[in-house]
Design a protein around this ligand. Structure first.
Ligand code: GLU
Length: 294
């Protein structure tokens, strides 16, 4: 059965950007008359917490969003991710990676690495037998990466338009053994019948790798819509220092949840009373949040 979803990581309070994405995704599912689910992406048990999860669900409810059926939690689905990873490993579509974040940053900043910002520079992709043995003997556990080999993927984005992007060698299993977001997300969207993924455009870059994984694992390809982020007046992503950015903070300033819902729908160009998911009205530029205007 087709469906839509909102998939937050319960690592803190939802801010206006998250709420705007959730609204767009749920309005779209309602317009299409398909189920809408909330999935908690709490793979990282160090940063995720049940308290944040409860607060996020309460905030969603306050602006009129609820999950059809039970809220799904990724921490309960590790077996499925492990099976998919074994399949990719047995087909030699993965490799082990010992790079630290710092090494990746430094390699990407090297003069010959122009245009590879944020992408894995390939250090561990083709290690010799001797290099592999040496790293394995070090006792440090490796992460497992997708051998994307720069595969180019194209797709039509509901908001961002036609896209042609190269898939990155994303991490599929972290070096602490925890399955990584990039793998879990495609498995869950497929298992839960999600045929439309609406999310923030900070994930636009990840979509090529996710589509490659979908193809390799024989999963069903959803339609994507990446919404421009909500930013503060300084052009930066919303953060605490920008003032009231969560429902609780806005409520303390006298702005209630229904008003927030109205303002967010208006920012998408959608009618607050009878919203229709019309992707052509969404501004391509980030939505600038000016607290004094609310
Ligand atoms: N859990 C991710 C996040 O909160 C979103 C994943 C997705 O929508 O694909 O950033």
């Amino acid at each position: 059965m087709p469906g839509g979803r909102f998939a937050p990581s319960p690592t803190g309070a939802l801010h206006l950007g998250n709420l705007r994405t959730a609204l767009a995704a749920s309005v779209s599912a309602r317009c299409r008359r398909v189920p809408f689910i909330v999935r908690m992406e709490e793979l990282d048990r160090v940063t995720a917490s049940p308290l944040h999860e409860a607060d996020q669900l309460a905030d969603l409810a306050a602006i009129g969003i609820s999950s059809d059926g039970e809220v799904i939690r990724q921490s309960e689905r590790f077996d499925r991710y492990a099976d998919a990873l074994s399949e990719l490993m047995s087909r030699h579509m993965t490799y082990e990676c010992w790079c630290t974040r710092r090494e990746i940053r430094e390699a990407a900043a090297a003069p010959h690495a122009v245009g590879t910002e944020g992408r894995y520079p390939g250090t561990c992709r083709d290690l010799s037998r001797a290099e592999l043995d040496q790293r394995r003997a070090s006792g440090r556990s490796p992460a497992v990466r997708l051998r994307a080999d720069g595969s180019v993927v194209s797709f039509e984005d509901l908001v961002a338009g036609p896209q042609v992007r190269a898939a990155d060698d994303v991490v599929l299993r972290r070096n602490d053994g925890v399955p990584a977001y990039q793998l879990a997300v495609v498995i869950d969207d497929d298992a839960q019948g999600i045929d439309e993924v609406i999310r923030g455009d900070d994930l636009l870059d990840s979509t090529a790798a996710q589509l490659l994984l979908i193809e390799l694992l024989g999963l069903t390809r959803p339609t994507y819509g990446h919404l421009p982020l909500v930013v503060a007046a300084d052009g930066q992503r919303l953060a605490k220092r920008h003032g009231a950015v969560t429902l609780a903070e806005l409520a303390a300033q006298g702005i209630d949840a229904p008003s927030v819902r109205t303002r967010l729908l208006e920012s998408l160009g959608w009618s607050p009373l009878a919203p229709i998911a019309d992707w052509s009205t969404i501004p391509c530029e980030p939505f600038v949040y000016l607290p004094d205007d609310w």
